[in-house]
Design a protein around this ligand. Structure first.
Ligand SMILES: [Zn+2]
Ligand SMILES: [Zn+2]
Length: 132
């Protein structure tokens, strides 16, 4: 299904799923995010509270994010997530998911990670500590 309109530039501009800035490197395009936002995702995965999910689920969530399988929607905090086989799309937030798994699915873990990556590096409620 190749597009006939080669002048359609909107198809050629890849934008970061996190910040919307244009991304150009093949690696970034494959991951759906620029290198800076991918670093934020990695940090968020370490720092977010993912205790509700198993390590295997967190790993699946990470893969889903790296495959660009978690796409923001117009609604804040709500994402489109792609099923494992890529044949279904669910609406997912940090608190619910439309997939058949119902329980603590890895889609939600992925959304929690993505949302955490959008948060500022230092949470406002955390007091700044002076270097010891
Ligand atoms: Zn970005
Ligand atoms: Zn789900």
């Amino acid at each position: 299904m190749a597009s006939k309109t080669s002048t359609d530039t909107t198809q050629n501009v890849h934008r970061c799923l996190s910040c919307g800035r244009p991304i150009r490197s093949a690696e970034s395009i494959a991951a759906g995010r620029g290198s800076g936002c991918r670093a934020k995702i990695r940090r968020a995965q370490r720092e977010a509270d993912l205790s509700a999910w198993t390590d295997a689920q967190v790993e699946s969530a990470r893969e889903l994010i790296e495959d660009g399988g978690i796409v923001p929607t117009a609604k804040p905090g709500v994402f489109r997530t792609v099923s494992t086989r890529g044949d279904a799309v669910y609406m997912t937030s940090a608190h619910w998911c439309g997939c058949p798994a119902k329980k603590e699915c890895y889609h939600r873990a992925g959304v929690v990670i993505v949302l955490a990556s959008h948060a500022p590096a230092i949470p406002a409620r955390q007091p700044l500590r002076l270097a010891a």
